[in-house]
Every structure is written in C-alpha cells, then in structure tokens.
Design a protein around this ligand. Structure first.
Ligand SMILES: Nc1nc2c(ncn2[C@@H]2O[C@H](COP(=O)(O)OP(=O)(O)OP(=O)(O)O)[C@@H](O)[C@H]2O)c(=O)[nH]1
Length: 353
C-alpha cells in the first residue's frame, strides 16, 4: 500500500468541487490498483472533513505526517447499520489465559448498566485508535486486510508510511468504531509511521511465528509506540502471524516464547493467520470489546469526577483534599489563591448524592 501526503485532499480545495466520480467523493488508488473511495463531508472548523463509507464495510484512507493530528480529531463514523458480524453482545474470550488482559467473561457491571441506560457519554461518537507495529513482512497489512476486507494477497507490497481503516462495531448495543492504523515495518519509513503512534488506545505489536527474530524485535516496536503515549493509557496486544505455516510442535514452541514475552510486556497474546482467517475476527472483536469497556469506564470516571451540576446551578468542584461549594469557591478564587475551607458534600443542602 502506498501512502503519500499529497494524496490527502489538500486544504486549498476544501469547500470546492472535488475531482472524481461525484462532487464530494475522493477516489484514491493504491499501488495494487484497488480504488479507495471515501466521501468527504465538510464540517466547519473541523479540518480535513468526515469520511463516510460508501458501499463498503469499512472506511479507508491514508495521509502524510502533516495530517496526523487533523485526522485523529476530525474523523467520526457515519453510515448504514453495522453489519451483523460486527455486533458484539457477549464479551469475547481471550486466546490463552496464560497471557490475557482480563479473564472475566462478562462486561463490567458498571459498563453493562451504562449501556442499558444508553449512558455511555461520547463513547459512541469516538474513534478508538489501534496502531499495528512490527517488522517488515510480518503480515500487518495482511492481518488488517483479512479483517476489514476479508481478502488475502500472497504478493508482498511494502507499506510506505501509514494507512488506516475504520471498522464500525456495535458493542453491547452501543455503536463503537476502531480506527486501525497499519504502519510501515521498513526502517526507512519509521519516522513517518511513528508520527501516528500518538493517541493510541490500543497497540498491536506483531511478529512472524516462523521468524523468531521478529518476536525479539517486538520489544523495541512497543517501546517506540509507548514513548508517544501516556503511561498506562494503551491496551497492548502481542500477535503472532502466519499460524498456518507452522506445524503443531513448532507452533507450540513459538507460542510458549511469545506468551512469556507477552506477560513481561503486560500484553495479551494471540496467534492468527491472515491466509486462512484463523482467529482474525475473534482477535479484533476482543480488541474492540476491551477498548470499548475501557472507554466507557474512563468516560464514567471523567463524568463522575468532573463538575457536578447541582440545585440552582451552583457548581461543586471535586478536589483531592475534599469538596468545595461553587459560588463560595468562585468568590474565593477571584480574591485569593487559597482554596479556603472545604465543605463536606453531605453538609450542603443542594447536593444530590
Ligand atoms: N502463509 C501466510 N502468509 C502470510 C500471512 N500473512 C501475511 N503473509 C504474507 O507475508 C508477506 C508480508 O505480508 P504483509 O502483510 O505485506 O507484511 P507487512 O508486515 O504489512 O509488511 P510491511 O508493510 O513491509 O511492514 C506477504 O507476502 C503476505 O502474503 C499468513 O497469515 N500466512
């Protein structure tokens, strides 16, 4: 897949008639000759525009380093209902209990309740970013293409820079989307690809099960991707590819080493084959469910600890050391930097607990 910054709709053309088969359709072509069609919708003040799928399961795109921040903030999924195989009703299981992010088989109670009440905040509107990293030729593009397009190409075409797909799910009745970034494994493109690591909710560090050296390199790939993100903010997956090429014993040996490394990395381990499709859908469903659950919990946390609107509009602000009532606090803020006395929440008549 070829990525070039100039392929993105240039800013100067925003709001003007676009080239292509329809006025608002961008048609990009990749080196394999497959066309990438996206509908660009102008959103005032929101940069590059919105990409909407058109008769395909997923939305695809590509861009250069200058677009990294813009794409992250401006893309929101719209389109027809989610296809049935992207509907997740029960929590997808891990690949092995020896290296998994969590063992429970159900959604967190708080999350289930929030979903039932349709109280998941902005989670349904967000795109969760998944970044796939790893050596060249390990099969990152193939894995993503098998999941998003249900296709497998035997011919190798190096990724140049980055590429992304957007996959829409419905998790516990709530719409949820993953923006899956395919990055180049070749050293010479690393500086372009690493510009896209930031803001990842999920990092997938991929290696080739038939080439143990690529497993060793996953440490460095992960380190580079984590460096661009806040500590503890990413879910990490270690994925062994090309499972179809290994016989039972050899596969077990490679998996045992990978599981050990996954535990060190605090990652969840999966073995997959893009060629046969083995475990590919299960893997991405697991990624979607875990990322969704974390997003909902974070959203609930944020809302709980943010300003609470009470009574006649007074604000109560939560501080580490206690609670402090709005108007009084604002008065104090305007006259001094001293936060003044803390008033217990339960003591204040306007507080609804
Ligand atoms: N047998 C088999 N071959 C695979 C599998 N996955 C990928 N391949 C082959 O491995 C080669 C490399 O696959 P890619 O998906 O292009 O590798 P990549 O990691 O994206 O490579 P870069 O873009 O250079 O980083 C291709 O020839 C694929 O056909 C698999 O599951 N089984």
């Amino acid at each position: 897949m070829v990525i070039a910054g100039s392929d993105c709709p240039p800013d100067s053309l925003r709001g003007q008639p676009r080239p292509g088969p329809a006025p608002d359709v961008w048609d990009w072509s990749d080196s394999r000759g497959s066309r990438v069609a996206c509908v660009a919708v102008e959103i005032p003040g929101r940069g590059c525009g919105q990409l909407r799928r058109r008769g395909t399961r997923s939305v695809r795109g590509r861009c250069g380093p200058q677009d990294s921040g813009r794409m992250r903030s401006s893309l929101t999924p719209v389109g027809p209902p989610v296809s049935r195989d992207r509907v997740i009703t029960s929590f997808p299981k891990w690949y092995t209990p020896d290296a998994c992010l969590q063992l429970k088989e159900h959604f967190d109670r708080q999350v289930s309740t929030a979903c039932q009440r349709r109280d998941t905040g902005t989670v349904g509107l967000q795109l969760s970013k998944v970044v796939v990293v790893g050596d060249l030729y390990v099969g990152k593009t193939s894995l993503i293409h098998r999941f998003c397009k249900n296709m497998f190409d035997r011919d190798y075409k190096a990724t140049i820079g980055v590429d992304f797909e957007i996959e829409r799910f419905e998790v516990a009745g709530v719409p949820y989307s993953l923006q899956i970034w395919d990055t180049a494994g070749q050293e010479k493109f690393k500086c372009i690809a690493s510009a896209y690591y930031r803001g990842a909710q999920v990092i997938v560090s991929a290696f080739d099960l038939t080439d143990i050296q690529t497993l060793e390199h996953t440490r460095q790939w992960l380190k580079d991707a984590l460096r661009e993100n806040e500590a503890g903010s990413c879910l990490i997956f270690l994925v062994g590819t090309k499972k179809d090429l290994l016989s039972g014993a050899a596969c077990e040996q490679a998996e045992a080493e990978a599981v050990q490394l996954a535990r060190e990395m605090q990652a969840e381990y999966w073995s997959v084959s893009a060629k046969t499709g083995e475990n590919v859908k299960a893997f991405f469903s697991r990624v979607a469910a875990l990322a969704f659950e974390r997003s909902v919990l974070q959203d609930l946390d944020r809302r709980n600890s943010a300003r609470l609107q009470v009574g006649d509009g007074d604000l109560i602000r939560a501080y580490r050391r206690g609670w402090w009532v709005g108007q009084q606090a604002r008065d104090q803020e305007s006259t001094s930097t001293n936060p003044g006395p803390c008033i217990s929440l339960t003591q204040h008549p306007n507080v609804l607990l």
